[in-house]
Design a protein around this ligand. Structure first.
Ligand code: BTN
Length: 265
């Protein structure tokens, strides 16, 4: 696996965006790339922070995402979007599409999107996304979009995880190339998201959804609800069908599990 290197990243980013440049900070080690960006005075100009050595990285629902050197690519994009907070739902699902579209050509195994924002390979977690808000104004939001992608041997492995190098790799893995492609596509899809929200991404997301049309459990703070995963709506909420009725669940403090009684592929 290659090392993060600003000049290599810039070369690939320029190629991917036909000449654009962006402010990047590659750090040898950091507590959390999300936290680093949340502490910046302004996100008016888009900034990237990346490392493969993250000591106190965080994930959704109180989880952690730490990385010894080479274990995972940890990066965050600090960005201002000209939308209101009410329009934010679905954003992290768009990031999932970006990850899938960039990573899938690199490996022969199929990548699936686990609602709301994990990437799975053979039912094991390859990548996770954590979007945090720095500030909310009437007409814009400053966001930190954090992504962790398992890369190497993973010294401290989370149960049920998989790394890119454990997949059937179709081309050499170059971390600068991967990051440049991810950031370039993210910026372009976020522009589309600013213009038209999640609706234009809804079908591409479902095409890659793990367990779509299958029995699943939704776990909330209070209860576990079982049903058939019958879709996602225009805001990215999951639609669950139960006893002939449908109910939608927004991402947040809810999580999705495959029903353990479902043995079908
Ligand atoms: C999850 O699966 O719960 C989300 C994990 C997100 C981890 C990434 S690594 C880079 C960025 N910085 C952090 O502290 N967290 C995110």
């Amino acid at each position: 696996m290659t090392q993060l290197e600003v000049s290599q990243f810039e070369k690939y980013f320029e190629l991917a965006t036909k000449g654009e440049s962006i402010q990047v900070n590659f750090l040898e080690s950091i507590a959390s790339t999300n936290q680093w960006l949340l502490e910046q005075s302004s996100l008016q100009k888009t900034i990237i922070c990346a490392t493969d050595n993250q000591t106190q990285g965080r994930g959704r629902r109180g989880r952690h995402w730490s990385s010894q050197p080479g274990d995972s690519l940890c990066f965050s994009v600090g960005i201002r979007l000209n939308i209101s907070a009410a329009k934010l739902s679905g954003l992290s699902l768009v990031i999932g599409i970006v990850l899938e579209e960039v990573l899938q050509p690199l490996i022969a195994d199929s990548i699936k999107l686990k609602w709301p924002n994990d990437l799975l390979v053979n039912e094991r977690k390859l990548s996770g996304i954590l979007v945090e808000t720095k500030s909310l104004k009437k007409d814009h939001v400053d966001l930190v979009i954090g992504v962790g992608i398992n890369l190497g041997s993973m010294t401290e492995r989370e149960p049920g995880s998989i790394s890119l190098s454990e997949c059937q790799i179709k081309q050499p893995l170059d971390v600068n190339y991967i990051l440049a492609q991810l950031v370039a596509k993210m910026l372009s899809y976020l522009e589309e998201f600013e213009r038209s929200g999640f609706s234009s991404f809804q079908q591409s997301w479902l095409n890659k959804a793990a367990w779509y049309k299958k029995p699943v459990n939704i776990i909330t703070a209070e209860q576990t609800v079982s049903g058939i995963y019958s879709g996602i709506d225009v805001d990215g909420a999951l639609i669950l069908e139960h006893n002939g009725e449908t109910k939608s669940y927004v991402a947040g403090e809810v999580s999705l599990r495959r029903d353990s009684n479902d043995t079908a592929n």
